[in-house]
Design a protein around this ligand. Structure first.
Ligand SMILES: Cc1cc2nc3c(=O)[nH]c(=O)nc-3n(C[C@H](O)[C@H](O)[C@H](O)COP(=O)(O)O)c2cc1C
Length: 166
């Protein structure tokens, strides 16, 4: 699959089949995370992969009761390593790699930004000096949502100078 096909085809998935992801597929998706670029190649992030049913159930109320958090096959929590200016940027790039690699493997994802940072950190045993910055659900889709709209190129892009539109 070429990159633009994955970029065009990926949509947030909020309904999942109860199908396990094989170790081989999961490893390949995580390899896309590992290979993501980072500022100064510092790779100052860590990723917690939750597949256990009990923990996923406990995560639901900590994610504003988003039920699909408990129904996905794997829940990924990206941990910021402190003291590095670009860590949040780096871990966001890493998670986006995951969304596209997952799509190529027939998996769906949904970013999770609505969560209780302290409570998730506590549940997952994140050390005090680190924090979960963003999360992702991962699993085989049980829906085919329509594409959400995007702003037009004219709204988004300035050519050569701010305010110069095409
Ligand atoms: C940083 C971030 C946080 C998000 N948090 C949530 C969330 O907590 N729950 C949810 O259902 N979707 C969440 N989303 C998904 C967005 O709503 C979705 O990406 C957007 O509406 C565009 O839809 P699409 O992903 O299908 O293209 C989040 C997306 C991003 C990038």
């Amino acid at each position: 699959m070429d990159v633009m096909t994955a970029i065009r085809g990926r949509k947030s998935i909020r309904r999942y089949r109860s199908k396990e992801i094989s170790a081989e597929v999961l490893e390949e998706v995580l390899e896309a995370a590992r290979l993501a670029p980072s500022a100064g190649n510092r790779q100052a992030w860590e990723l917690i992969i939750v597949t256990g049913r009990d923990t996923k159930e406990k995560l639901v109320p900590l994610c504003k009761n988003q039920r699909f958090v408990g129904e996905c096959s794997a829940f990924l929590a990206a941990v910021e390593v402190p003291g590095q200016r670009w860590t949040v940027t780096d871990l966001t790039i890493m998670m986006d790699h995951v969304t596209l690699a997952a799509y190529e493997k027939g998996l769906g994802t949904c970013w999770i930004g609505a969560f209780d940072q302290d409570a998730i950190g506590q549940l997952l045993g994140v050390p005090q000096d680190r924090s979960v910055e963003v999360c992702l659900t991962l699993g085989y889709p049980d829906e085919e949502p329509a594409a959400r709209s995007r702003r037009s190129p004219r709204e988004l892009f300035h050519w050569e100078h701010y305010g110069q539109r095409k």
